[in-house]
Design a protein around this ligand. Structure first.
Ligand SMILES: C[S@@+](CC[C@H](N)C(=O)[O-])C[C@H]1O[C@@H](n2cnc3c(N)ncnc32)[C@H](O)[C@@H]1O
Length: 135
């Protein structure tokens, strides 16, 4: 992922850590975090929460009711989107899954688009977004 990103012109700015409230069982060190590549293209742009956001952040994982094994909590994605974009900006997620990023973007007043290969996940994402639009 990093190699490919660098190949198309992104630079690694920070390695962020999402510390979770659950662990992946393992015979070795149990994983209770996920790493996030914070990349930039061109000049570095300040985050919005200057002085308030650290590289390690805690958000509860979704436990029990996931429709995708890698489904991410909307609050986590809102944290990243709020820090790196403004109202009306466009958020792109090339791997939508169940649409958590799209939901986060919508709730924060961003425009959004993305791709998803698997029709069942695409349908889940579409229905989530339609629910929000209906409300
Ligand atoms: C890690 S999951 C995303 C989970 C998502 N963040 C969520 O909260 O539901 C990655 C998704 O990317 C999709 N995917 C993988 N390769 C793809 C491709 N080349 N184009 C579009 N979607 C792809 C997979 O089907 C999978 O649903």
């Amino acid at each position: 992922m990093l190699n490919e990103s660098q190949r198309v012109g992104f630079k690694l700015h920070n390695l962020l850590v999402w510390e979770k409230n659950n662990c992946t069982p393992s015979q070795f060190y149990m994983k209770n975090c996920e790493y996030v590549l914070f990349l930039r293209k061109g000049k570095a742009k300040w985050i919005n929460d200057i002085g308030g956001s650290k590289t390690v952040h805690q958000f509860n994982n979704i436990i029990g009711s996931k429709t995708h094994p890698c489904e991410k909590p909307v609050e986590l994605l809102k944290f990243y989107i709020a820090n790196s974009s403004n109202m009306g900006d466009v958020v792109f997620d090339p791997f939508i899954g169940t649409g958590s990023t799209m939901v986060a973007a919508k709730e924060l007043g961003r425009q959004y688009f993305g791709f998803e290969l698997e029709t069942p996940y695409f349908d889940v994402a579409t229905n989530k977004l339609l629910d929000i639009v209906d409300k």
